[in-house]
Ligand binder design. Structure first.
Ligand SMILES: [Fe+2]
Length: 398
């Protein structure tokens, strides 16, 4: 199977090609025939929120996403509303309970707004589940078919950290707008902006001492491999304390950094997350863009708040020497608080939003890659200081 054939249906729909994906998300060549758990790519990020109707409007009006499908009481789903939105190859499914007895409302009572499911597109659901089960994974949903007039989708689900799950989807025999049970629904809220084109990575926060266990889970159960980036206690002891390792699928399309709190001078930002999410969960989603400056300007104009970066960051001669020449003048980055990191492969530009919901939990990163396959390790110090300032304002830094 060549790499061209392994574009996800969303990527084909977004008219992305392999070269663009190589630049956007650091896609690499991979032979799926030797992979025990072949993954084509991201299928969808499923959110459970307190008000899906308004969150779906917000993702359209603020983040420029396009509404493509819907499920709810009018379509025979009396339990909840679900809105399917896309931007480039990124697909969000936003769900909120309608029936007072909906289990989604219990999830929301415990966790607040958050990501409940990071669904992956795979070519063979049964093979993946058999491999996962043989390696000790908890199978939440056995493989089964969902069928409507657009064809058949085969799905199953695995338990991941906390209440997070990974639904596995084979949609190679399906042409509908999302899944059986959903109907096509188009935006009436202005034109989609496509401010971001692909999902780069999804970060999980887990409890103290559990990071290596989850790294091992993704290695053993899903055949993922460790990426080089590792953040240890050299940074953790002085600043907001965390440890981080990254695992990735064979083609690097799916990348999961995993954080755990570490002992430091102050309470870890990861501890704050774990307290407010009531356990492990998705900390941030990195959205890949090919114009981070335009994306930040558009989002800020619609009210999105980003973490501030101290001027000292840009004026530090060591940083200037390390990052060298980038496509945007440093002054333009400084005006917007966009961070830069460089490694042996190239550089990346990145910025982080404040938490999306009422609790200090999930947030977005925007990332523009220029060769670098990293995650901004060089920015952790500056980033931690910025996050700590916000944490202190909330009274959670002691
Ligand atoms: Fe990130």
């Amino acid at each position: 199977m060549s790499i061209e054939q392994t574009l996800t249906s969303q990527e084909r729909l977004a008219e992305l090609d392999v070269d663009q994906l190589r630049q956007l998300v650091g896609l690499v060549e991979h032979d799926p025939t030797a992979d025990p758990f072949p993954v084509v790519g991201w299928d969808a990020v499923m959110w459970i929120v307190g008000n899906a109707t308004q969150t779906a409007q917000m993702f359209q009006l603020v983040y420029g996403m396009e509404l493509v499908a819907y499920s709810g009481p009018e379509t025979g789903n009396r339990d909840h509303h679900a809105y399917v939105l896309r931007s480039g190859a990124v697909r969000f499914v936003v769900k909120g309970g309608v029936d007072p007895a909906s289990p989604l409302l219990d999830h929301h009572r415990r966790h607040g707004d958050g990501v409940a499911d990071v669904a992956l597109e795979v070519p063979d659901v049964d093979r993946c589940i058999a491999h996962a089960r043989a390696n000790g994974a908890v199978v939440l949903e056995e493989p089964h078919d969902l069928t409507d007039e657009h064809g058949t989708v085969r799905v199953a689900a695995l338990a991941a950290y906390g209440d997070t799950r990974h639904t596995l989807v084979d949609r190679s025999r399906y042409s509908g707008p999302y899944l059986p049970g959903y109907v096509e629904r188009r935006s009436v809220l202005g034109r989609p902006k496509r401010l971001f084109q692909a999902l780069d990575h999804v970060v999980g926060n887990v409890e103290l001492g559990r990071m290596d266990e989850w790294v091992e889970f993704y290695r053993r159960v899903m055949g993922f491999t460790n990426m080089a980036e590792f953040v240890g206690d050299d940074i953790a002891t002085e600043y907001s304390a965390l440890m981080s390792k990254v695992v990735a699928s064979g083609n690097h399309r799916v990348k999961f950094p995993l954080n755990e709190p570490a002992a430091g001078r102050k309470r870890s930002q990861i501890d704050e997350y774990l307290d407010f999410y009531c356990g492990p969960g998705v900390q941030h989603l990195a959205l890949a863009t090919n114009d981070i400056v335009a994306a930040v300007d558009a989002l800020r104009a619609r009210g999105v708040e980003f973490l501030a970066t101290p001027d000292a960051y840009y004026e530090d001669p060591e940083l200037r020497a390390r990052i060298g020449a980038v496509r945007v003048p440093i002054e333009e980055l400084q005006k917007r608080g966009i961070l830069v990191d460089r490694d042996e492969d190239g550089y990346l530009l990145q910025i982080f939003t404040k938490p999306l919901g009422d609790r200090p939990t999930v947030f977005f990163e925007l990332i523009e890659r220029h060769g670098s396959l990293g995650f901004g390790k060089g920015n952790f110090k500056a980033l931690f200081e910025a996050i700590e300032r916000e944490q202190a304002k909330r009274g959670n830094l002691d």
